[in-house]
Design a protein around this ligand. Structure first.
Ligand code: NAP
Length: 243
C-alpha cells in the first residue's frame, strides 16, 4: 500500500490534497498543529473512502516533533511514497512594522519546517529508491504583493529548495516539485480584509478565486506516473494572476 504524508492537512489546501490523494489510492498521514477535531474529521472522510488515515500532531518548525512524527509513521505504515510539504503561515506586515517574532515564525514554519519533513521523508524514500515530494509555494514567490516581503521570501526559498533537492535526489528515484497557487478560498484568504480581497479578485483574469480541491488535484497529478519525467519545477496555478 502507498502512503502519503500531508503537513497542515486539517484544513484548506492540505486537507484537499489529503482527500485527493486518498481518492487516488494512498493511505494518508494527516499532520496538524493545533486543530485536533478538524484533523480527526479529515481522517473520518479518508476512512469513508476506504483508505487508512492517521492524524499526527506535530509542529513542523520543531525538528524533534517532526522526528517523532516520522517514527510513528514508520511503526504504523509500511511505506513512505509521497510528502506534501504544505503547512505554512502568512502574516502580512510592511517592512517597518515587522516584529521579530513574526519574522522568525514565518521562517521557521515556511522554510525550516519544509526541510525538517523533506529530510525525514527522503531518508525513507532513498532506501526504496522512489518517492515524490511536493512543496507548497505561492504565486507570491513570483509576483510582488506589498506587505508580503517575508511570505514571498519564504516561498521564493521553497522554489529554490525544490530545484536543488530535485537535482540532489533524482539519483534515488525521488522527484521534487512545487505548486505555486494564486488566491485560493481557504481560512488563509479569509484573514484578508474584504476591500483588499475585492482588489485581489480584480487582478485574476479568470475572475474567481481558486478552490482548494483544484490544488489537491494538481498535487495528485504531479505525484502520478503521468508526470514521471517532471522534476524540479514550480507549477503556477493562479487563474492567470501572474501573467
Ligand atoms: P490554512 O487554511 O491557514 O491552513 C493551514 C494548515 O497548516 C492547517 O492545517 C494548520 O493546522 C497547519 N499548520 C500551520 N502551522 C503549522 C505548523 N507549524 N505545523 C504543522 N501544521 C501547521 O492555509 P491554506 O490556505 O490551506 O495554505 C496551505 C499552504 O498553501 C501554505 O503553505 C500557504 O502558504 C499555501 N498557499 C495558500 C494560498 C491561499 O490563497 N490560501 C495561496 C498560495 C499558497 P491547524 O488546523 O492545526 O492549525
Amino acid at each position: 500500500m502507498s502512503t502519503a504524508v500531508v503537513t497542515g492537512a486539517s484544513r484548506g489546501i492540505g486537507r484537499a490534497c489529503a482527500i485527493e490523494l486518498a481518492k487516488a489510492g494512498y493511505d494518508i498521514v494527516v499532520n496538524y498543529v493545533s486543530n485536533a477535531a478538524a484533523a480527526q474529521e479529515v481522517v473520518g472522510e479518508i476512512e469513508s473512502l476506504g483508505r487508512k488515515a492517521l492524524a499526527i500532531q506535530a509542529d513542523t518548525a520543531d525538528l524533534k516533533a517532526v522526528q517523532a512524527m516520522f517514527r510513528t509513521i514508520s511503526k504504523e505504515f509500511d511505506s513512505m511514497d509521497v510528502l506534501v510539504n504544505n503547512a505554512g503561515v502568512v502574516d502580512d506586515k510592511y517592512l517597518l512594522m515587522l516584529p521579530e517574532d513574526s519574522l522568525e515564525r514565518s521562517l521557521d514554519i515556511n522554510i525550516k519546517g519544509y526541510f525538517h519533513c523533506a529530510q525525514n521523508a527522503a531518508l525513507k524514500m532513498m532506501r526504496k529508491k522512489s518517492g515524490c515530494i511536493i512543496n507548497m509555494s505561492s504565486v507570491s514567490s513570483v509576483v510582488a504583493i506589498p506587505g508580503q516581503s517575508v511570505y514571498s521570501a519564504t516561498k521564493g526559498a521553497v522554489n529554490a529548495m525544490t530545484a536543488t533537492l530535485a537535482k540532489e535526489l533524482a539519483q534515488y528515484g525521488i522527484r521534487v516539485n512545487a505548486v505555486a497557487p494564486g488566491f485560493i478560498a481557504t481560512d488563509m484568504l479569509g484573514q484578508i480584509p474584504e476591500e483588499q480581497k475585492a482588489e485581489h479578485l480584480r487582478s485574476v483574469p479568470l475572475g474567481r478565486f481558486g478552490e482548494a480541491e483544484e490544488v489537491g488535484k494538481l498535487v495528485c497529478l504531479l505525484c502520478s506516473d503521468a508526470m514521471a519525467y517532471v522534476t524540479g519545477q514550480t507549477i503556477v496555478m493562479d487563474g492567470g494572476l501572474s501573467l
